[in-house]
Design a protein around this ligand. Structure first.
Ligand SMILES: *C/C=C(C)/C=C/C=C(C)/C=C/C1=C(C)CCCC1(C)C
Length: 245
């Protein structure tokens, strides 16, 4: 199919999905500007973390710019670029967990465990969506993907990340708890999109029917990328106040 690059496709009033692509792009851009400027207003030890928060929302902003165009032009889910975005941003969120626990002795192997689990979760999810999306058995890939997801939840709530965060002082421990809620509840939004958007539903049962996969993913991304960055920002600010007294 051929698309004229110079044609502007307007967003219809009732096209909520396209609108969330648009507003998502703006929100990610705004958040990036905020995080980038706040780097210089942050204690040295937290600067890399704030910078990464900005890089996460910036990568998403660029992808949303493209995905909005793609969706408007084709009316299809931009599955490939959705997963390219996640493959870049989710491992960067793992880096954030590593950085906040590093001061309490986190080793690089912890980072690799988190990254490996997230890549496993995303690749198997992509296979389920892109290759088996129309197959009643696609839930199997969602199920396999969830193993990676629950391993990350385990590490953050009960495993190495939790233990190190608790040893790193109250500010880090509190931030890790909040980030843990983002991973447990905020990230659980994504499987809902997957269940809504693939034939296999939930273990073969079609629930969340009529719900747009893209709408769910767009809401999930706004909450998780911007909210997650703001938790890191709050931690950096709180830590500054306590150390300067
Ligand atoms: C910024 C993007 C983020 C935080 C994306 C997170 C994505 C997930 C937690 C996706 C999880 C999935 C499952 C747990 C099962 C079904 C397949 C996925 C990939 C949607």
């Amino acid at each position: 199919m051929h698309y004229n690059l110079l044609t502007i496709v307007p967003i219809e009033n009732t096209n909520y999905v396209a609108f969330t692509f648009f507003i998502g792009c703006m929100a990610m851009l705004g958040a990036s500007v905020f995080f980038f400027f706040e780097v210089s207003n942050t204690d040295k030890k937290w600067r890399t973390s704030i910078l990464i928060s900005g890089i996460i929302t910036f990568i998403a902003a660029v992808h949303y710019y493209y995905m909005r165009d793609y969706y408007l032009a084709t009316n299809l889910s931009p599955t490939f670029f959705r997963y390219v975005d996640w493959l870049l941003t989710v491992p960067l969120m793992c880096v954030e967990f590593y950085l906040i626990t590093k001061k309490a002795g986190a080793k690089i192997t912890l980072l690799w465990k988190l990254v490996a689990a997230s890549v496993f979760m995303l690749i198997t999810g992509y296979i389920g969506e892109a290759i088996y999306g129309n197959d009643p058995q696609s839930w199997i890939w969602g199920f396999i993907s969830s193993i990676g997801y629950f391993y990350i939840v385990y590490l953050i709530w009960f495993g190495e990340v939790a233990k190190l965060a608790n040893n790193a002082g109250t500010a880090v421990a509190r931030a890790n708890k909040t980030l843990g809620w983002f991973v447990l509840v905020g990230w659980a939004i994504y499987p809902i999109g997957y269940i809504a958007g693939t034939q296999g539903g939930l273990f073969g049962v079609n629930v969340f029917q009529g719900l747009s996969l893209d709408l769910v993913y767009n809401i999930g991304d706004a909450i998780n990328k911007i909210g997650f960055g703001l938790v890191i920002y709050t931690l950096a600010q709180a830590d500054k106040e306590t150390t300067l007294v």
